[in-house]
Ligand binder design. Sequence first.
Ligand code: BG6
Length: 301
Amino acid sequence: MSQLAELNRRFAIPGMLEFKALPNGYIAASIANKHAGACIALQGAHILSFQPRGQEPVIWLSPLAKFEAGKSVRGGVPVCWPWFGPHASNPAFPGHGFARTVPWRVASSEMLEDGATRIAFEIEQNDATRAQWPHASSARLTATVGKTLHIELTTRNNSYDAFTIGEALHTYFHISDIGKVEVTGLNGCDYLDKVGAGGRKTQQGALTFSGETDRIYLNTPGNCAIVDSGLKRRIRIASENSRSTVVWTPWTEKADKMGDFGPDGWGGMVCVETANAADNVVRVGPQSEHCMSVTYSVEKM
Ligand code: BG6
């Protein structure tokens, strides 16, 4: 039986969840329930879309997104794990870790009482990832697609030694226009600026955008929001066990160099990432678990 047929036999929910083939052998869980639609690829447990019924998409996926084995897709919700950004000691290891570029297996699927759909994935490690991350461990991503999108990323340490992880749910949000949004909830937080001369700075007021922005906000409160005057909506981002918030937009020159944004694609997205990065990496004790989660909800303004 093909992998697709086997997945549908074990995990499909009639009228609500089915597995579909995408280009280049990609397989994705396609969810449509009374609240929302969503699509989640097995490679990277990568959420590619989330759209509550009757609303604009919440998540941005590049029209030029490439679906290639071993490469991350531009857009959606890449899972950065078990480190964020460059590896601490080996520049040859992939930026943002390997979780977003390896296959994950489906662990379970269910319909909840309120009509939402929950699906869980577990990472499949291989010899290459074990060479980069020699710890007995596992990662599990659970997505609950309802009126809101709830994502949990759980790290399990199966060994008798502690280890330290960096992580992020690197979500690309669909917005009207980068000039018409602000990110609230970060006022007074220190951030590491990765643009220009860099350094550690303090956020004053709401964050607006007028050029390349790449910041790791540290010790952030659990709640922030994208206020979009163009789409007249507020996306609330409610995180738990996350102490960093990464905000990123590449602007023209960097987006052009990256090649998979499309001519003006970057202007319609902004990344606001629920994370534990830099000063906020997390120690996971022996035989224990750490779970970082986020809920995205949309309000009209
Ligand atoms: C952000 C980083 O989280 O991800 C940026 O802060 C980086 O520095 C961006 O450019 C995109 O990374 P990638 O590896 O998906 O191109």
